[in-house]
Design a protein around this ligand. Structure first.
Ligand SMILES: Nc1nc2c(ncn2[C@@H]2O[C@H](COP(=O)(O)OP(=O)(O)OP(=O)(O)O)[C@@H](O)[C@H]2O)c(=O)[nH]1
Ligand SMILES: [Mg+2]
Length: 686
């Protein structure tokens, strides 16, 4: 459908915790709206939105997928987002281009971590929200329990707009409380038309219909007056007031169904059309100045065959294929080329897209996710998408020598698709590091390097960036002397080491020239400094860089013929090594600030485990069945935390961390690291 008015569009992200049935729901909505001829499934890898081979193999969404359908003369754009914590970049980006979010909850598990997180994001961006309680056919599913959980944990303004008929494997349909009708379980076929509500449900339907009306009229004075007068309110008037309330974030309707059987899709589609605002009503907060045409790129697909595909939202338009826009970030002109509508992996060309619509173009030159393109240079501030910071790193090496460049190119392309997947070189260890939000995200990147970019790589746990420092003052003198034929070498210096206190948490280095009477000429003194610095690059304890040291050059001697810069450098380096051993050197390790979010019943196990990882508990905050634990933990102990947390919490735990400061490694631990280094050095010598 070619839409020409933003009022006829609904942009909706489908979001929520991992595996609650978002992709299945999008599949069912497309099927019910007649966009597909059969209901695909995630298990068989036949869904429209999980089209990538890695998604199909792992049976989970790994990136956002753009789909569209028509319902009641409206175009609904759906963005199916991944629920796994490792793949939240696309989820957060999608939330920047929609007016509404369908937050999907499992009828069994209720409100899970990532659903709360998405809810919070949506709240920050004032997005309208509809809750869909899915999987009501499963054992131990309970709509009313989940409704209550949503009211407790998401918002007290959640109100049921649909009810299930029956429960678990005896679930037979859903009731639409707005239109007062029922839809029966189509068992994977097309959902039939509205049916009368079964008599036996009269009481519970009455109760929840009243709750719904109470909630809606409370937001609309005129309706309230009519309601109090005892007037029967027609669905149209209630729907209009509901939409206003949803638009203003005053109400969150709770729908329900079974995505895998296509139950509940008619009522949900009606609700999305009637209850969720269009771009004309709610609009975007993204800046585009006085541009007549503007688009915001919210997603990039790095396809090795068709090239780069950029998905965008039209901010000002219409926008058609022959348009040339400019990217204020690079000042480069970008010709759009054919404008496309995406349906999962398929695309269809369209003439133009109106304001508020979502589409894509291929082969833009230098555009990255997050850019705004405009018809003339206007100073726009691209919207900041607050992507989560990477929490874990792996050292990554190509299996075949010589594949370094191929690996780097592939990783750069993957980073275009997913900005939370970051490649960098560890300045301390020299290792190439790949960082991300979860181990799975990094593993998927490795799979993609193989299948898309033809390069096999290996992951290794990264080395901990230890440091070394000294605890007390010491002094040493070294004379470097060689006089065997020809020109000799002579350098002699005496230095004093002092601990240098950290400044703003940073350990530094200072070299102080205390030479009096010119016992070493001015020109040789910097060579001593150089020698010391070189020696400090690899401390004697564990080969880690030495920091937090002040070096005073106090005395020395030179030879009128044999002295050279080289000789003083060596003397400085040797003097440092001697003094260092006497200065009570210690090993330092990075301490991380960790935040773990776990179900209440796992708190004991997780705390015990953190304890065994030398963690220090800072605090606990329980909230609605989940507890957030804050702790300081040495990085070395937490390199492979994700597997442990998954097994302790049955996959329901989640964590994030950031660097805090360096601290001395406890003696018994340091001893092991020092011995290990010694062994490695000896092996390297052999
Ligand atoms: N019994 C039952 N199973 C469902 C229902 N909806 C989805 N499933 C199944 O649940 C599993 C996960 O469904 P998905 O649609 O992939 O869930 P998702 O939320 O998209 O998952 P991620 O994208 O990985 O977060 C699949 O095996 C589905 O077939 C439902 O309503 N009832
Ligand atoms: Mg999915």
């Amino acid at each position: 459908m070619a839409v020409t008015e933003p009022g006829k569009i609904r942009n909706i992200a489908v979001a929520g915790h991992r595996g609650v049935g978002k992709t299945s729901l999008v599949e069912a909505l497309l099927f019910q709206a007649g966009k597909t001829n059969r209901l695909g499934t995630v298990e068989q890898g036949t869904s429209v939105s999980d089209w990538d081979e890695h998604e199909q193999r792992r049976q989970m969404s790994l990136s956002g997928s753009l789909c569209h359908l028509e319902w009641a003369e409206r175009k609904i754009n759906l963005v199916d987002t991944p629920g796994d914590t490792g793949f939240q970049a696309d989820t957060y980006a999608a939330l920047r281009v929609v007016e509404g979010v369908v937050v999907v909850l499992s009828g069994v598990m209720g409100v899970e971590v990532n659903s709360s997180r998405v809810w919070q994001r949506a709240e920050e961006q004032e997005l309208s929200r509809v809750v869909f309680v899915n999987m009501l056919d499963r054992e131990r599913a309970d709509f009313y329990r989940v409704l209550e959980a949503a009211r407790q944990q998401l918002s007290g303004r959640c109100v049921a707009i649909q009810l299930p008929i029956g429960a678990e494997h005896e679930l037979t349909g859903v009731v639409d409380l707005l239109h007062m009708c029922a839809f029966m379980d189509p068992s994977g076929g097309k959902e039939g038309g509205p049916q009368p509500i079964p008599d036996e449900l009269a009481d519970v339907v009455q109760e929840h219909r009243e709750k719904l009306l109470d909630a809606v009229v409370e937001t609309d004075e005129e309706l309230m007056a009519r309601y109090l007068d005892g007037e029967e309110l027609e669905p149209g008037a209630v729907a209009a007031a509901l939409k206003q309330a949803v638009t203003r974030d005053e109400l969150y309707p709770v729908a329900c169904g079974v995505a895998s059987k296509n139950l509940g899709t008619t009522a949900l589609l009606d609700l999305l059309v009637e209850g969720v605002p269009s771009p004309a009503r709610k609009g975007t907060t993204i800046e585009f100045g006085d541009a007549k045409q503007a688009v915001f790129v919210f997603k990039t697909i790095a396809d090795p065959f068709t090239g780069r595909i950029s998905c965008f939202r039209v901010l000002a338009g219409p926008v058609s294929g022959d348009t040339t826009l400019v990217d204020p970030r690079t000042h480069a002109k970008e010709r759009l080329g054919q404008v496309l509508l995406l349906q999962g992996k398929d695309s269809e060309p369209v003439d133009k897209l109106c304001i508020g619509d979502l589409g894509a173009v291929a082969k833009l030159k230098d555009v990255v996710t997050g850019d705004v393109l405009v018809d003339h240079e206007v100073p726009v501030e691209p919207p900041h998408i607050d992507f989560p910071e990477p929490v874990m790193s792996f050292a990554i090496t190509p299996q075949a020598k010589g594949d370094e460049e191929k690996m780097a190119t592939g990783l750069r392309r993957l980073n275009e698709e997913d900005p939370t997947l970051v490649m960098r070189r560890d300045p301390q260890t020299g290792e190439q590091l790949l960082s991300g939000l979860s181990q799975m995200q990094v593993e998927v990147a490795v799979d993609r390097l193989r299948t898309r970019f033809n390069v096999e790589v290996e992951l290794h746990p990264p080395r901990v960036p230890y440091k070394e420092t000294i605890r007390k003052e010491s002094r040493a003198r070294h004379r470097y002397k060689k006089q065997t034929g020809g020109r000799g070498q002579f350098g002699d210096c005496e230095i004093v080491l002092e601990p240098l206190p950290a400044e703003n948490g940073e350990l530094g280095y200072e070299f102080v020239d205390k030479i009096v009477g010119g016992v070493i000429s001015q020109s040789f003194r910097p060579a001593v400094d150089k020698g010391v610095r070189e020696a400090m690059e690899h401390g004697e304890l564990a080969g880690a860089p030495v920091q937090g040291v002040r070096v005073l050059l106090v005395d020395g001697m030179e030879h009128s013929v044999d002295s050279s810069e080289m000789a003083f450098k060596i003397a400085g380096s040797m003097a440092f090594k001697e003094a260092y051993q006497k200065a009570d050197p210690v090993l330092l390790e990075p301490i991380m600030q960790l935040e773990v979010s776990v179900p209440d019943d796992a708190v004991g196990a997780v705390n015990g485990d953190l304890n065994s990882r030398r963690g220090r508990l800072q605090g606990m905050e329980p909230a609605g069945g989940m507890t957030t634990i804050k702790a300081e933990v040495p990085m070395a102990e937490i390199l492979t935390y994700s597997q442990a947390l998954t097994s302790m919490t049955g996959g329901r735990g989640d964590y994030s961390m950031q660097f805090l400061r360096y601290e001395e490694v406890p003696t018994h631990v340091a001893q092991k690291i020092i011995e290990q280094t010694k062994r490695e050095r000896e092996e390297a010598k052999v």
